[in-house]
Design a binder for this molecule. Structure first.
Ligand code: HEC
Ligand code: HEC
Ligand code: HEC
Ligand code: HEC
Ligand code: HEC
Ligand code: HEC
Ligand code: HEC
Length: 557
């Protein structure tokens, strides 16, 4: 059965593989509106069509205040000069104000269906603001995670978040986490071209009056093989694991109709199955409906992304979808039996129940594993091969017939999964040994070999890591820190400072590297630099009580 499944999927994938021609470029959803006004207007009313928006200060209740007793903080939301602001003030035990910072919020992340988080901008970097607006309670409260640790206005809005939330974001490729070009978004909300591909050729052809269907200048997901159609949604609706870009690839290379696996690998430990975080795709795949139709069931069997049914319409809307395959009599319960009749025969209320989410932003609300009874365990997931050399790992976006993942990608996947699965260590060392032979000059391989040398004390960690950070390599923060450790161990404190200064210029808002640099100035007894760096740190991150205390001590207070 598995082989038949794989063969069918491969055939289906080949038969209808189509994508926008590579020379097509993005035009933006407004251009599509000129000819598809009806779809455009309906789409803007969906949650996806409003996933990231420019701030309309009038849309949120302000002024408002929220206090956090645990951290002695007072947060405010207020409008000023037609813009929306948030501020944070910290107090000491005696109630005296010790700092106050504020940020103009420029973008809203989230349609408001569950909540809205806000972004502020500092020197080209985007950060989350400390307060979010919650639909369920219709009120402001601390942003998710801020109950545990106050991060003020300095939690980066990583490029990896915005891939899913925004239409087209413009991260600085070689820059640090959270750094964007100006403006940061070419299209703020998820838009037409996220699912249909870049539209320039289509627009040009249609403006010339050229018309034929199927239209080869644009992707219509309903004409794609099911697996490829699902790939479009999967980029943003399948989390739960790790994501690694293939060598030389960027998220901007993703194209509807092109297997996602050629751009980015989504993988997780088999033992991590069954989570609830952004699990729509994996959950759907473990349904009988999916497996018994060889994957004919797909996201767009039930969802038309241009339309979001209202709560009142939903039951009938989705029931029609079930009945495209089932009959009313497919159900074990007879239609006239009390429970089905009472319920208006709402198939999904019984077979796809909703789960409470509280304030967690990434849990699936609706259980996408369709099953006869909710107390039944989910079926075994469909065929998800392990990447070569990585037993215990499943590739969530595998497509039969696609080549094996490159060695470097498998090494990275393994490295990222290893902290939660120590059993992968042998596999990791194996892949690393292969990579050392096959790709001895690859900066990622050098960084990994350097880290291993540092941990085991065998091999020349400094030589390896120095090569790993040599331009044009774009080193990760961890590699700079490893090199700093290696120098420190060799007693080369001046070199520690040099490498950390470089790390700070690459990651100017990383608290970790900034703190390490301050420490290393102290180690070489350059107290004036240490003090200046500490002042700048407290200026950038006033919410860091510990470092502010240190500055006070340094000032003799
Ligand atoms: C100049 C007018 C025009 C513009 C601008 C335009 N389209 Fe179209 N598009 C058409 C026409 C005409 C058709 C034929 C089908 C129809 O009448 O709806 C079509 C068909 C399509 C189809 C169906 C193709 C198929 O094979 O089933 C899609 C998808 C589509 N357009 C998406 C877009 C997107 C996305 C944009 C913006 C990037 C866009 N269109 C901009 C005129 C236009
Ligand atoms: C894999 C894609 C993906 C990634 C990565 C991702 N998100 Fe989300 N996020 C979503 C989706 C989709 C939703 C809508 C809820 C759902 O369908 O589960 C969501 C919901 C949210 C919400 C709640 C908004 C609302 O309307 O309820 C916030 C806030 C949020 N995400 C912030 C973030 C931040 C910050 C990051 C980075 C640390 C991030 N997300 C990373 C896909 C993603
Ligand atoms: C570029 C990322 C992206 C892609 C591609 C994407 N989504 Fe979404 N989708 C989101 C985000 C983000 C939200 C949450 C919006 C919010 O509430 O803030 C969302 C919300 C939704 C919702 C719930 C609300 C609504 O708008 O109806 C559905 C259903 C949905 N998506 C289905 C799909 C399907 C089906 C596909 C594939 C055809 C798809 N999405 C592709 C990012 C994406
Ligand atoms: C989240 C993915 C997604 C987004 C965003 C999206 N579409 Fe679609 N679009 C689809 C899917 C899926 C279909 C196929 C629907 C079907 O046939 O069931 C489709 C079909 C179409 C068609 C073919 C005619 C029809 O009504 O089926 C046109 C035209 C179109 N879309 C235009 C647009 C325009 C214009 C926008 C932006 C305003 C847009 N789409 C946004 C996924 C999307
Ligand atoms: C068999 C039908 C069906 C299929 C297939 C399906 N969905 Fe859904 N989906 C639903 C129903 C029903 C809801 C709840 C809608 C409501 O209550 O308004 C829903 C809700 C959602 C939501 C809103 C958040 C939530 O969890 O309630 C998102 C996002 C979503 N689906 C994405 C997807 C994606 C992505 C796929 C493909 C991997 C998919 N769905 C496949 C039926 C389906
Ligand atoms: C693409 C076709 C298709 C769609 C759409 C579909 N199903 Fe199914 N479903 C099937 C098939 C085929 C089976 C397996 C039947 C069998 O084995 O006899 C199945 C099995 C089931 C089962 C039994 C599951 C189990 O674990 O035994 C339930 C319950 C079910 N479907 C409910 C639904 C509901 C509710 C919807 C709409 C939300 C739906 N299905 C949509 C094709 C589909
Ligand atoms: C009131 C809740 C309820 C509603 C509404 C409901 N079902 Fe069911 N359904 C059940 C229960 C409970 C079972 C399992 C009975 C058992 O196995 O003991 C079931 C079983 C099934 C099965 C599996 C049958 C088999 O042979 O094992 C299918 C398929 C199914 N339902 C489809 C549907 C469809 C399609 C709809 C809507 C048209 C629907 N159900 C509406 C509760 C419901």
């Amino acid at each position: 059965v598995r082989q038949a499944h794989a063969a069918l999927l491969a055939l289906a994938a080949l038969a209808t593989l189509r994508a926008a021609p590579p020379e097509a470029t993005y035009v933006g959803s407004r251009v599509c509106a000129a000819c598809h006004m009806d779809i455009y207007q309906r789409y803007l009313r969906t949650a996806m069509g409003r996933s990231v928006t420019n701030i309309d200060p009038g849309a949120f209740p302000a002024p408002a205040t929220v206090s956090s007793d645990a951290f002695h903080r007072l947060y405010r939301v207020f409008a000023r000069d037609g813009a929306l602001y948030q501020s944070e003030a910290g107090f000491d035990g005696a109630g005296r104000k010790i700092f106050e910072s504020e940020g103009k919020v420029e973008y809203a992340v989230g349609s408001g269906e569950n909540g809205v988080t806000f972004l502020t901008r500092r020197k080209g970097f985007l950060f989350e603001a400390p307060l979010s607006w919650y639909a369920k309670t219709d009120s402001w409260d601390l942003s998710p995670g801020y109950e545990q640790a106050d991060e003020g206005f300095s939690r980066p809005a990583y490029a990896a978040c915005m891939v899913c939330h925004a239409g087209r974001s413009r991260p600085v490729e070689e820059g640090a986490d959270g750094q964007y070009l100006d403006p940061p978004f070419a299209e703020a909300a998820v838009g037409c071209e996220n699912c249909h591909g870049p539209g320039s050729l289509h627009v040009a052809a249609r403006q010339r009056g050229r018309a034929s269907l199927p239209d080869r200048t644009i992707v219509n997901p309903s004409r794609l093989a099911p697996r490829l159609a699902d790939n479009i949604c999967m980029l943003c609706h399948q989390g739960g694991g790790v994501r690694v870009l293939l060598p030389g690839r960027h998220y901007a290379d993703v194209r509807p109709g092109v297997p996602l696996i050629r751009i980015v690998a989504l993988a997780r430990l088999v033992s991590d199955r069954g989570g609830v975080l952004l699990e729509h795709h994996a959950a759907m795949e473990s349904s009988r409906c999916f497996r018994a139709t060889f994957g004919r069931l797909r996201c767009i069997t039930c969802h038309n992304p241009h339309v979001q049914p209202t709560a009142a319409e939903a039951a009938a809307y989705y029931r029609t979808r079930c009945l495209s395959c089932h009959k009313e009599t497919s159900c074990k319960l007879t239609l006239t039996a009390g429970r089905r009749a009472e319920n208006g025969d709402n198939c999904v209320a019984c077979h796809m129940p909703q789960q409470p989410t509280g304030r967690i932003s990434h849990s699936a609300l609706t259980d996408h594993t369709i099953r006869a009874r909710s107390d039944e365990p989910a079926g075994s997931p469909s065929l998800r091969p392990a990447p070569a050399g990585l037993a215990g790992v499943e590739l969530l976006n595998s497509i039969p017939g696609e080549p094996e993942l490159p060695l470097i990608t498998r090494l990275e996947l393994c490295g990222e999964l290893m902290p939660s699965s120590p059993e992968l260590q042998t596999a990791y060392l194996d892949l690393l040994a292969q990579a050392a032979r096959a790709l001895p000059n690859d900066p990622l391989v050098l960084a990994a070999l350097g880290r291993k040398a540092l941990a085991t004390g065998q091999g020349d960690a400094i030589a390896l890591l120095e090569r790993a950070v040599r331009p044009p390599a774009v080193p990760r923060q961890a590699t700079y820190l490893d090199l700093a450790d290696a120098y420190l161990r060799a007693g080369r404190t001046a070199d520690v400072v040099t490498v950390l200064e470089r790390a700070v210029s690459a990651f100017p808002y990383s608290k970790l590297v900034r703190k390490r640099l301050i420490l290393s100035y102290i180690q070489i007894k350059d107290y004036s630099k240490a003090r200046a760096a500490l002042v700048a740190y407290v200026d950038d991150f006033p919410e860091d009580d510990f470092m502010r205390g240190l500055l006070k001590k340094a000032n003799g207070g």
